[in-house]
Design a protein around this ligand. Sequence first.
Ligand code: XLS
Ligand code: NI
Ligand code: NI
Length: 441
Amino acid sequence: MSNSFFGNIESIKYEGPESRNPMAFRHYDPNAEVFGKTMEDHLRFAVCYWHSFGWPGNDPFGGQTFERPWFADQMHGDTMEAAKLKADIAFQMFSILNVPFYCFHDFDVRPEGKTFSENTRNLEEITEYFLKKQDETGRKLLWGTANLFTHRRYMSGAATNPDPEVFAFAAATVKTCMDSTHKLGGQNYVLWGGREGYETLLNTDLSREDKQMGRFLNLVVDYKHKIGFGGSILIEPKPQEPTKHQYDYDVASVYGFLKRHGLENEVKVNIEQGHAILAGHSFEHEIALANSLGIFGSIDMNRNDYQSGWDTDQFPNNAQEVALSYFHILSNGGFQSGGTNFDAKLRRQSLDPEDLLLAHIGAMDICARALRAAASMIEDGELAGFIEARYSGWNDPISRSILSGDMGLSEIYENVKNQDINPKPKSGKQEYLENVVNRFV
Ligand code: XLS
Ligand code: NI
Ligand code: NI
């Protein structure tokens, strides 16, 4: 059965922009060089396990729409056998698409046990299976994570739960997921605090919850060093949904949290397009801010519907938005341990197995186009040159001593008075700069 899920499609190849073949890449040419590095090494694509293989197609008003051979209703329940069939087909899809990486939560890949020990045994068994699959197919793990939000035990939070037993259960679960990630050679470990926040302040102690979350993350960082995990620990910000308010609201609030708990040099961020939009920002803003704070790690590439106002997790297809995002990533030297994870799901009417392939093909192509556009913007240099020139006044000695602290308010005052300083406003040239961008996208 596993071989026939995608019919007789064996692999998706690059055919160039003129191709009309829907099962081919028109822009993603893994071996093409951009800035002396292959597209594959720049973009570091990953398929996410949960949306592609776990999600049944439900929405708040309707249940399952997808029928997949590994779903519990097609097998004899949520079994290890089902988990392995799911893995067979998942790794087959990674290979067909030639996507080098994948990402998972424990919950996506193993049957849910009745106890902590059963969960751990199941995770260990599937980790062994994944090791074999990685060997056979040459695919790698971009990141692993623990699902600390679906089970009812987490309804009042994981690290921020008022019940210390839930904190302990969550911490022990993260340990098992870090072990699995480490064993699989994962390049990062992600924490998304879906339930770390509140539904109402009437039952919430903000300062306790902040302390608990800080302690939790310190435990994770200590354990990373203890086991010699060389990857990055990443927090994924999101402002709300599922809870009314989430503490990891956006990049800026995560940075404040890391500073408060002494972790700003230990932990970075995994930024998701849709979450940036929910926070009232843009994707490029969140990336640029993380760069400027030195905490950029990885991205969850998707897109939100701009009308619906919730996290729709659609596949990306907005060339300009994606181009500007890669522009900031490339300007900062590109990905280190991070990559481009498609945290995106099909629309619930997209029932066919080939829809999974088509969605990823389109997404990979839009990223490849965007990468080229971003590289040309950098090569051309006009945008960077403009910013450089815009701040060039700060290079003169007096301006420098203002910033360095050599001049205080009274010296600044004297100087303005003596020189009769009278600043003249200059155009910010936004339309001009937008036109420059459109030369490349
Ligand atoms: C949900 C998040 C989730 C994380 C991993 O909105 O994006 O999918 O990426 O827990
Ligand atoms: Ni999301
Ligand atoms: Ni995500």
